[in-house]
Design a protein around this ligand. Sequence first.
Ligand SMILES: [Zn+2]
Length: 339
Amino acid sequence: MPSFAHIVGHRRLTTLLSEAIVRDTLPPTLLFVGPSGIGKFHVARAVAATLNCLSPQSDHAGLPVDACGTCLSCDRIARGVHVDIFALEPDDRASIKIDVVRDVLERTGFRPFEGRRRVVIIRDADTLETASQNSLLKSLEEPPASTGFILTTAVPGALLPTVRSRCMRLGFGRLPERSVADLLVKEHGCSENQAVEAAALADGSIGQALALGSADLAVLRESAVMLLRQAAASTAAASRLQAAGVLVTTPSRKDRTREDVALVLRFVASMLRDIELLNAGVDTPVLANPAIADDLHVLTRAFAGSRAREAFSAVDRAIMALDRNAGTKVVGEWLAMQI
Ligand SMILES: [Zn+2]
C-alpha cells in the first residue's frame, strides 16, 4: 500500500517528507540516494500517494499527514495505473531510453488530469542514458507547474553532475537487521530463523535478503565457521590450504558455485564483525550471528588485536575479486593465506 505508515524503517526521512507536504515546502526535484533494495522507490510512491490522496490522514501513525492507502487515487497508484503518476524503470537491458523520457516529459506539458500533483518517479536513475539525462535537465531546472520529480539511485556518482546539482538529495541508510527480518516474516512468509539468518547477511537490504531465501544457509554458515577455525588453529601452509578447500568445496566435495562461495564469505565477514564486537568488550553485544555465539567466543582469542579487522578487509577484497570473475580456487587460496 502506498503510504508512509507502511514503510519499513527510514522514519526520520518519512517524517521530514510528510512535514514538507503539510507545509507545502516539498522541493519539486528530489534525489533519493541509498543502497538498493531498502525501499527508496516505496517511499517515492508514498510521497506521490500522499500528495494526491482523496482523504489524506492527519496525524497518522505519528506523521503530520499520510495517504489513506485505500481511496481511488491511492488504489490506482498501488496498481500503477494512476494517469498522473509516472514510474520510469530500467528496461530489461538495464537502461532507461531517451524516447521513454521524452514521452513522459511531453505529457507533463499539460495540467494533471485527475490528481493535484503529477509525480515522475525515476527508479535507478543511474541507468538513464546520457542523452536521457540531458533531456531531463530543463525540466529539473524549471519543473512544469504541479509536477515533481523523484529520482532514486544507489550510485549517485553515475549521474551527470548537472542532474545531481538540480535535485535536493536525501540519503537513505541501510535497514536494521531486525526490520529486515520482521518484514521477511510478515510479508514473505519466512520462518523466524530463516529470516534472522538472511537478514544478517543481507547488509540492510530487503532485496538482498529475498535473494538469499533459496540458499541452504545452515550448510554455508557451518563452512564459514570451519574456515575461521582452521585459520585460527594453525599458520602452517598445509592447514591454510585445507581452509581454502572448506571454502570452495561442499562437505560432499563438490565444487561450490561462485555465488555460494561469495555467501560463505559474507558469513565469514559478518562473523568477523561479531568477533570484533566481542573483543571490544561491549557489555551486551548485539551479534549478527547469535545462534553460533559459542563458536564466536572460542574464536575471539585467535582473532584478537587488529587481526579480525585485517581479516575482514581481506574477505572484503576476496568478495570483490569474485564479483570481478576471479576463479574461486585462486581467491580461496589467496584468502586462506591472508586471514
Ligand atoms: Zn488515499
